[in-house]
Design a protein around this ligand. Structure first.
Ligand SMILES: [Zn+2]
Length: 131
């Protein structure tokens, strides 16, 4: 699928500035990127920031996903390698029952519809498993 990012005036989901790291920014191994959202969803926003990492300012390209998490990449030009980062919550989802969704005014469409809530950040994710 081809898509284009055209909204240039959006605010970053964390309201961060050019020189601030997004929340819970952490270095990860390449194998963690292989199972990240980067290969399941397209990012909603792509942002360049420059902030302090290990005592030096580094320019990081951030890929924000719909759930306020993301992947960051740094091009280590000197050593010709990519350094990978993740940021945002490391979600810990629990499924909400249809009754719980009704009580909380959350949409629920029946048995093939699953609504999950992260116990850490409160993010709600709904999935239709019917097809
Ligand atoms: Zn979370």
């Amino acid at each position: 699928m081809l898509y284009s990012l055209k909204e240039y005036d959006k605010t970053a989901p964390d309201n961060g500035t050019y020189n601030t790291a997004p929340p819970k920014f952490r270095k990860v191994e390449e194998k963690e990127i292989c199972t990240s959202l980067l290969f399941y969803y397209n990012p909603e926003l792509i942002e360049d920031r420059q902030f302090m990492i290990d005592g030096v300012f580094r320019k990081i390209k951030l890929f924000w996903f719909h759930d306020r998490t993301g992947v960051g990449i740094y091009s280590d030009y000197t050593n010709k390698k990519i350094i990978w980062y993740k940021f945002g919550c490391d979600h810990n989802f629990v499924e909400l029952s249809q009754q719980e969704c009704n009580k909380r005014d959350l949409m629920h469409f029946g048995s093939c519809y699953h609504v999950y809530e992260c116990k850490e950040c409160g993010y709600i994710n709904a999935v239709d498993s019917s097809g």
